[in-house]
Design a protein around this ligand. Structure first.
Ligand code: NI
Ligand code: MN
Length: 227
């Protein structure tokens, strides 16, 4: 089985699982670090972690462009369904076996208000388990929390963590998170989009090498990593 992760810039990710294409938190049009414009993007599924504008961003146009099924929490799914978007609602702690694999919504310590002020429910992270038992955790937007050790107990092949600080964990807390999660590989995200969240990812990677058992991979927007 082939599993490829792509960082599109900021908190926007792509997964290609044996040809099935997933886009996580599609933010292309107004994203200064986006590696591609929205028109070039293919998707069979879209996952939305929370309601903030830099995550729900291009969800409706990408659905209209591709017909992709949108997987989000119940409040966001209701909000999207009113805009004639096809949705599958889940919620924190709940897993479901989709055609691409098992997707569980995990806790995130953050907000989730939608751009028009609607209630976006609770923010989430994602734990993906593929048919051949590869496990990938996307923390999405969150602060550090101790229960990451429970998520790590699943045995993670890859964790994707925010390091930008200000809105989410910064580099130091992302090192602590890596210790709790104990993944084989770790990729930083949600940084360098704007000056406010500028970080030295290479310095962070050196700390990961020195202080944890995980292998860090610092990508440029548009780069991919085969899991
Ligand atoms: Ni956010
Ligand atoms: Mn964000």
């Amino acid at each position: 089985m082939a599993l490829q992760f792509t960082w599109y810039g900021h908190g926007t990710f792509g997964l290609d699982i044996d040809g099935t294409k997933i886009v996580i938190d599609p933010f292309f049009s107004d994203n200064p670090s986006a590696s591609t414009s929205l028109d070039g993007v293919a998707a069979d599924f879209i996952w939305v972690s929370h309601g903030h504008g830099d995550h729900i961003a291009d969800t409706v146009p990408l659905h209209k462009q591709t017909g992709a099924l949108v997987i989000a929490n119940a409040e966001i799914a209701d909000w999207l369904a009113k805009q004639e978007v096809a949705t599958h609602a889940q919620h924190i702690g709940g897993g479901y076996l989709h055609p691409f694999g098992h997707l569980k919504f995990t806790y995130a310590q953050h907000g989730s208000g939608l751009p028009d002020g609607s209630d976006g429910g609770n923010p989430a992270g994602f734990l993906l388990t593929t048919a051949d038992e590869k496990k990938v955790y996307f923390a999405c937007d969150t602060g550090l929390f101790g229960d990451m050790s429970l998520i790590g107990a699943a045995g993670l092949d890859l964790a994707v963590l925010p390091i930008g600080d200000n809105y989410t964990m910064g580099p130091g807390d992302a090192v602590s998170a890596t210790k709790l999660l104990n993944p084989k590989h770790v990729i930083p995200a949600h940084y360098n989009t704007w000056g406010l969240i500028e970080q030295d990812a290479m310095a962070w990677a050196q700390r990961i090498e020195a202080e944890t058992d995980a292998k860090p991979h610092v990508l440029q927007p548009g780069d991919s990593f085969a899991v």
